[in-house]
Design a protein around this ligand. Sequence first.
Ligand SMILES: [Zn+2]
Length: 481
Amino acid sequence: MNDTLPQLQVYNHYRRRKENFVPLDDQRTTMYVCGMTVQGPPHMGHMLAFVAADFIRRCLEYLGYPVYHVQNFTDIDDKIIARAQELGCEAGELAQQNIDLFFEAADALNIRRAHVYPRVTEHIDEIQAYIERLIEAGHAYAAQGNVWFDVRSHARYGELSGRDIDEMRSAGRVELDESKRDPLDFALWKAAKEGEPAWDSPWGRGRPGWHIECSVMSMKYLGQTFDFHGGGRDLIFPHHENEMAQSTALEGDFVRYWMHNGLLTLDGQKMAKSTGHFFSVEEVLSEFDPDAVRYYLLRGHFRHQMEYSRERLAEAAAAYDRMKRALILLEETLADSNLGIGVAEGRTSPEGLDLEAAADRSLAGFRAAICDDFNGEAAMAALFELVRETNNYLAGRSRTVCDRASVSKVLDVLREGLSVMGLFEKVGRATVPEELRALAEEREQARQSRDFARADALRDQIQSMGFCVEDTPEGPVLRPV
Ligand SMILES: [Zn+2]
């Protein structure tokens, strides 16, 4: 790890405060993220959580902590079964289709693949074995084909969500069942109804409850104790509370840093498949550049709630375009293009030195922001500040007298920061599009043959594509506007 970097601080939901991050193992930072229940295609609310987790992973890796990332798929549950019955297909078939759609959306949004994507249906034996151990230790009991976790048996129940048992009962989200000892007891194993997918077990045919999969699969791939556990705020209770109870009931500590992302809301309500209150990823990507959508999802701090709106998305896309134009301008300034752009070599001017100092400030600000609980909002602000200073430097300056080293440094800093954000990676070197170069050349020929009407029309066409043509002694130069 580079020792010029600040100490990373993370907000740990378990202790409700920011803490210095110290990994359990220097060689491997372990991270588990609750994945999708795949009853339908992903919507924007899902992708916010996964873009946030991907950003956190990129920050950790940038700071010198190699990450081992596990994210599950809940590929069997009541909602999947109900949806498959409606569609007249197998639950497994429906799950696979939606897993494929998840990967499509994740790839479009430049989310890097986790190292393992465990699925519930592939871990039934391990889940049953863990349930047996909980029963033997007196933390669970079988009744009428179900197995329930006995919340009263575990003193730590309620620690994560910070509620006591009576408060949780009145929260009214408990599943009523006459075979439970306490209304808060939750299902580890559920008896199957006629016609539902089911597995044989010591307690009768059935399937795992929702929470047990995350305990068993996280500990299988990451060990009893691991560094980060992520997921949306809506998972704190009951999902993560129950996961923590199951995982700490038998031995030792479980998660070292619990992190929860804020939710994406629509008209103030959580975006959710179950209420039909959502925007699908497909819908949004049909209108906006996926990289700009990723930027939109990363604009605020990941822990804050975010209200979805098309207007905010359009604003984010416009800011994204500003950054893109800055990159093009810098790349073009450095490149000796066929339009006669050149950059003088030699000593750096005082303005160039100022620009280099601005680049240093921007990088320091960027690093301080991500080390402060992964503050992507402040990190991006540091990069945009550098864009502003660079535009001032370049304004009115002929490219032939630009300071190559200073411009190159700015570009390196922007590229470094943007790669941590996972932005502009797929764009490659930002350049003036070929068709624009062709138009600029056509215009130059029209000018030389004194066809000024044609030359002006071409200039307008170029302008409508976001660029202007400057006629310099070295020939015409394209600049983003
Ligand atoms: Zn989970």
